[in-house]
Write a protein that binds this ligand. Structure first.
Ligand SMILES: *Cc1c(COP(=O)(O)O)cnc(C)c1O
Length: 368
């Protein structure tokens, strides 16, 4: 069987170095707020070309801490609105809701699956304080139009960079494009830890300091608490693992791009809509997502031919029970996407023969 994502094989690729790193931490006797985290934060800042990285417990926390810090800084307050794409993974919305801010959904562009810049302005109100763009599936969502809207209305631009570490916009990395970015090192992400982990990246020194404080019980000096903070820290073991894996991220991305290029060149089937790419450097192929009017049949066919696929995502946030207040809203493009998308296997450890097999099988799909 061709697995959707073989995490065991991904870890195996650098297992000696990873074990060495983990052992180093075990033997050090120091497990939190130490040098491993500092070193990783510095390397990730270099990688993203930002001044500050703050390691946190996961990607959702990274996003919610950014918003919480903006509230503490007086940039926004409870009840204010944050614009977010309607087809994102629910975590983007949860970060907004948890801070008692209101997510305002905007349809994506059906070609890129990223927020449609043309539809942002019409939902802006006096309560709008930020736009959260999501680099969905690994394709950078940032562009000059979105920046112009932020500048015109004085909005903060927050990047949900969970899926696009290493993507570039005119040579600049995601994570450095907005005012602040949250990223995730969930094991299945392009830069994955061996457990939960995440980070905030920013060039804003006061935001960075506040996020760090909020993530550590609202405390800068031990046992002195300035804010009602939370405990959301990157631990030393995960930081050590991430430092190893960061060294190979660009090579891993190249492999993903090679596989995506092969799929895009050789998958020829009128039943299947291939992903649209704005600029090659903008896409790091966290997922290779195709669309098919009869997705269920395509998925069944691929499974029966030994190819594992997943759906990202089957239910949009506004149709979730957790967001019952949004259930009556209609987002036809988002709903079409959720009904038709299917993610084919892609990862840095996929073999050429597996790629060829996926192409061959997908090309053999007939919808009848
Ligand atoms: C994975 C993900 C998150 C959340 O990250 P976790 O580390 O799982 O909390 C947020 N947004 C998007 C788009 C994601 O894919």
């Amino acid at each position: 069987m061709i697995k959707f994502l073989d995490l065991q094989k991904i870890t195996e690729k650098n297992s000696e170095e990873i074990k060495e790193a983990v052992n180093r931490v075990i033997n050090s006797g120091w497990y939190l707020l130490g040098n491993e985290v500092k070193e990783f934060e510095n390397s990730f800042s270099d990688y993203c070309n930002v001044q500050h990285t703050i390691g946190v417990a996961n990607g959702l926390d990274a996003l919610r801490l950014i918003l919480r810090a903006y509230i503490e800084l007086g940039v926004m307050q409870e009840g204010d609105e944050v614009i977010v794409p309607a087809n994102t993974y629910i975590a983007s919305l949860l970060a907004i809701s948890e801070n008692k801010l209101t997510p305002v959904l905007v349809e994506p562009d059906l070609r890129t699956y990223n927020i449609d810049p043309e539809k942002i302005e019409e939902v802006i109100t006096s309560k709008t304080k930020a736009i959260m763009i999501v680099h969905l599936y690994g394709q950078c969502a940032y562009n000059d139009k979105i920046q112009a809207v932020c500048d015109r209305y004085g909005l903060k631009l927050i990047e949900d960079n969970a899926q696009a570490q290493g993507a570039l916009y005119k040579g600049k990395p995601t994570g450095s494009l907005g005012d602040a970015a949250g990223t995730s090192f969930y094991p299945g992400k392009n830069l994955g830890a061996l457990g939960d982990a995440g980070a905030v990246t920013t060039n804003d020194a006061s935001l960075a300091e506040l996020v760090r404080t909020l993530a550590n019980y609202g405390s800068k000096i031990k046992y002195v608490n300035e804010y009602l903070g939370l405990n959301s820290r990157l631990d030393e073991i995960q930081a050590a693992v991430l430092s190893v894996k960061l060294k190979y991220l660009d090579a891993d991305t190249k492999r993903r791009q090679t596989i995506a290029a092969a799929y895009r060149k050789s998958i020829i089937n009128s039943e299947i809509v291939l992903p649209f790419v704005e600029e090659e450097e903008k896409h790091v192929w966290h997922l290779f997502v195709v669309r098919c009017a009869n997705r269920a049949r395509l998925q069944e066919y691929l499974t029966s031919n030994g190819i594992q696929t997943l759906i990202h995502y089957p239910i949009p946030p506004h149709k979730q029970q957790a967001y019952s207040a949004l259930n009556n809203l209609s987002f036809p493009i988002t709903e079409k996407i959720h009904n038709e998308v299917l993610s084919l296997p892609i990862s840095p450890v996929m073999e050429d023969e597996e790629v060829a097999r996926v192409i061959e099988v997908v090309n053999g799909f007939v919808n009848k």
